[in-house]
Design a protein around this ligand. Sequence first.
Ligand code: AMP
Ligand code: ZN
Length: 113
Amino acid sequence: MSDCIFCKIAAGEIPSSCLYDGDGVYAFKDINPQAPVHFLVIPKEHIGSAAEITPENSHIISKCFEVISSLAKTQGLEKGFRVITNCGSDGGQTVPHLHFHVLAGKKLGERLV
Ligand code: AMP
Ligand code: ZN
């Protein structure tokens, strides 16, 4: 999608702090971290949100989680981490390109809401 900021980041058209690039998946540090470790994992192809996951594109979701598992090891997250995807306006999504937040580096609260 030509005007999508995360499509542009995945294509290298907007700079980011890249942690992984390959297999249709891109991972980069969040520009406004909410925890000591906060990065985003996205499919390089444009999928608007979790509400747009289908049998045709869901293979990339498992790839995203393979990358999350791999980065958890290389980024030293052996004490644990949290994966969040916000979906739609009630879900608090602000960037309309599917992304998984990975948060870690401190003991996160047990409650989300
Ligand atoms: P969400 O509110 O779930 O849609 O999350 C969007 C996330 O994208 C927020 O945590 C932002 O800080 C992050 N973000 C927005 N623009 C950029 C950018 N250019 N580089 C890195 N992270 C970004
Ligand atoms: Zn996009």
